[in-house]
Design a protein around this ligand. Structure first.
Ligand SMILES: C[S@@+](CC[C@H](N)C(=O)[O-])C[C@H]1O[C@@H](n2cnc3c(N)ncnc32)[C@H](O)[C@@H]1O
Length: 380
């Protein structure tokens, strides 16, 4: 048992390395059966990386060698536990020190022990000359962009990006309404409330694994942020309509459309990624809904469109993901400034104008999304 606990710190280091060095997302880098502690360590260090790293640099009397990146990350894992987890300090330090053996660096135990103990001793003292990256806990280029785009709101956005997002559920109105579902939640001993920012949402007091949610496998609910739940009610779908969901995977908005409009004519769901299309099929199956699903490039309709017009098109274009950093803190690490230019060009080619509704984390109590409802003129 003890060995497994120390192993968890070493595993956290390995997952963090594959995110930082190989550019893997945390969801891809974490093993399927990752323990709650492993997830907590990995997400926590990813979220607070810049602040923790600057603390580690200050604590280390001389910088570590290049090939000791694993030890640097182990220190961050140790600091995160001391700051944020309710593990007694001596246990957190002991287990972190033991993890050196699992990393094949038993020689570093004294160093790790000394750094973490010094941290405990000096806790509460202000850190000297905190850089802007550490203060706001974002990469510098991203801060510059957020500040430039949102000169008034940027402090609230970066603060919210560092927080944990609430777990919001979307209740499948074909099965039960959200008041009934909230009753199920409370009967199960989980706290929650009706979401006043969406029509079908319930907000949980504390996030839980989906298998703990009443009726999840029977399709009673899906996990979806309040702002993402605005797409389906915004689409002016009428009975019999033919609808295209052009960038559909994993099918969050698609399944909401199908839940909300039982009299819909037909829906074609398109996505360019076959791996992600499998997720659409899985969600449709779990929710007992049906749609035609195709792996295709929405930008090349000649390759998949039969020429029959659609009454409504949902275009949830690929984006930077910077609106959902509170749920996916790895975006702060994986996104590069050069990604923005390509994505903006791709989106602009899809959207000819920039009206619409922008939500911002920290300003509105939801994830960051952009909505525009466009109607094609008869003559076009
Ligand atoms: C923002 S996500 C869509 C989320 C989805 N609407 C939902 O609510 O679950 C963008 C999706 O666009 C897909 N995509 C990117 N380029 C595409 C293209 N040219 N044609 C179709 N899908 C594309 C990506 O694979 C990704 O699944």
């Amino acid at each position: 048992m003890r060995a497994r606990v120390a192993r968890c710190r070493a595993d956290a280091v390995m997952v963090l390395r594959s995110m930082l060095e190989q550019g893997k997302s945390l969801n891809d880098a974490l093993p399927d059966k990752a323990s709650p502690l492993l997830r907590e360590l990995v997400f926590g260090v990813t979220r607070w990386y810049w602040r923790l790293r600057e603390a580690a640099i200050e604590l280390l009397q001389k910088p570590l060698r290049r090939n000791d990146r694993d030890l640097e990350l182990l220190i961050l894992v140790g600091l995160y536990q001391l700051d944020e987890l309710r593990i007694p300090a001596h246990a957190a330090i002991n287990e972190t020190v033991k993890a050196c053996d699992h990393l094949g660096k038993g020689w570093a135990k004294g160093l790790i022990n000394a750094v973490l103990r010094t941290y405990i001793r000096r806790r509460g003292e202000p850190m000297s000359n905190l850089s802007e990256e550490a203060l706001y806990n974002h990469p510098k280029w991203m801060l510059t962009h957020i500040r430039g785009s949102w000169p008034t709101f940027w402090p609230r956005i970066v603060k919210a990006n560092n927080e944990r997002a609430p777990m919001v559920l979307r209740v499948n109105g074909r099965r039960l309404n959200r008041t009934e579902y909230l009753g199920e939640i409370i009967r199960r001993g989980l706290g929650g409330r009706i979401d006043d920012l969406s029509a079908d949402g319930v907000v949980l007091d504390k996030p839980v694994a989906v298998h703990e949610l009443p009726g999840f496998s029977q399709g009673w609910v899906s996990v979806q942020d309040s702002a993402a739940q605005w797409a389906a009610p915004t689409l002016p779908v009428k009975p019999g309509h033919r609808v295209l969901d052009a960038c559909s995977a994993p099918g969050g908005k698609l399944t909401h459309i199908l839940e909300r409009y039982p009299d819909i004519g037909s829906v074609l769901a398109v996505d360019i990624s076959d791996k992600r299309v499998a997720m659409i099929r899985e969600n449709l199956g779990r929710l007992n809904l049906s749609a035609e699903v195709r792996v295709a490039d929405a930008g090349d309709p000649a390759s998949w469109w039969d020429g029959r017009p659609f009454d409504c098109v949902l275009l949830d274009a690929p984006c930077t993901g910077t609106g959902v950093i509170r749920r996916h803190p790895d975006i702060k690490h994986l996104r590069r400034p050069e990604d923005l230019t390509g994505l903006v060009a791709r989106q602009s080619s899809l959207l000819r104008s920039r009206f619409g509704l922008q939500t911002l984390p920290g300003v509105h109590n939801v994830d960051g999304f952009y909505y525009a409802l466009m109607q094609k003129r008869k003559s076009e």
